[in-house]
Write a protein that binds this ligand. Sequence first.
Ligand code: UDP
Length: 453
Amino acid sequence: MEVKPARRRVLLVPVPAQGHISSMMQLAKTLHSKGFSITIAQTKFNYFSSPSDDFADFQFVTIPESLPETDFENLRPGLFFLKLNKECRVSFKDCLSQLLLQQSNEKISCVIYDEFMYFAKAAAKEFKLPNVIFSTMNATTFVCRTVFEKLNANNVLAPLKDSKGKENELVPGLHPLRYKDLPTSKFAPLEKILKLYRHTVDIQAVSSVIINTTSCLESSSLSCLQQQLDIPIYPIGPLHMVASAPTSLLEENKSCIEWLNKQKRDSVIFVSLGSLALMETNEVMEMASGLDSSNQHFLWVIKPGSIRGSEWMESLPEEFSRMVSGRGYVVKWAPQKEVLAHPAVGGFWSHCGWNSTLESIGEGVPVICRPFSTDQKVNARYLDCVWRTGIQVEGELDRGEVERAVKRLMVGEEGEEMRKRAVCLKEKLRASVRDGGSSHNSLHKFVQFMKSL
Ligand code: UDP
């Protein structure tokens, strides 16, 4: 009787946040389709479990950490990641040792961890398992992180501490990024961000890096990164175009698709600020007023907890309902990829998280960029100045600025030109994940590499 060779099992460690979970699960699906068995190790909060059959073959395990759930909200990503890594170091080692004891003929051959879950590396190293970093953000942000230390040593990051006057200057070697576009966070002191980044770019005991990007978007950053890191780098994205599966932590309100079905082609602006953004009441009101006076139809995702001091929208003045009830449609969470693919959607007001950025380009939808923090600022700058499929709205948000930006994008020639470029870029992305495309080839090489471990 022929004995089938045992499948290799890969252990994946996602960050417990929507954007990171989505791309990690897309990676998991991709590897599963290439013949790997999958184990997902997650923290207790923001735990992803799918009711669908999409992940039926996957093993899900919990890292027994004991962080209070409120830390995620209160500390915001930067400081939270530092605490999470400290907390999970020992508990992940226990979890991994249990898994290694249980395994029968399917041996865990490798640990792939989200770049912000670097606690996984030490444990894997101890059990002599190869490590792979998965960067769910783009290559340019990775490059920024690798040079942060040097910039800081030369005191070049000083403008960030005392940004008056210098924030609009270009950072040497990182064209077209300005100091204010660097992936700093307003929620964490620079020293803490430096500490975090030092860990994320530490490639000691790491076999390779995979990145959810593609060379047609970031060829120079990818070359730069390859020069800096002495290990293989595999740009294999956009993964949502390679393996799609439902990965939402929140319930999607599909009624907005019926509403979109009633709207004209390219007539709706979709407003969505991702899973982590937090807005002040006055900013929401300026947005609402600007959208109202732009005379465009709009679909707006207001996630519960995304307005400071409010569970959902109950703290907003009454005027808000009047502003959104005419041409607007508000939901708590939307099927975003489906929305962006809908013919009625002609523009996207986005915080420019990397998934949202890839999804907008992947559907040929131009963007109004309103980043909040870290890598979103890099993505916004690239949408505006490199790919030229976006307009960045900077400074304090006021209703006049919102109205002007929406009109620039939705009505007139400038928006039309951006839409054409976006459609062109969409074709390039599609080509990169097809047979013979750069991401497709890169994925093939990565799979060969994994099989050689
Ligand atoms: N998303 C969604 N429905 C919404 C808003 C967002 O499905 O109403 C998804 C979106 O498609 C994307 C992810 O949530 O895949 C957000 O990730 P991103 O990296 O853009 O931003 P983050 O949430 O990490 O800031």
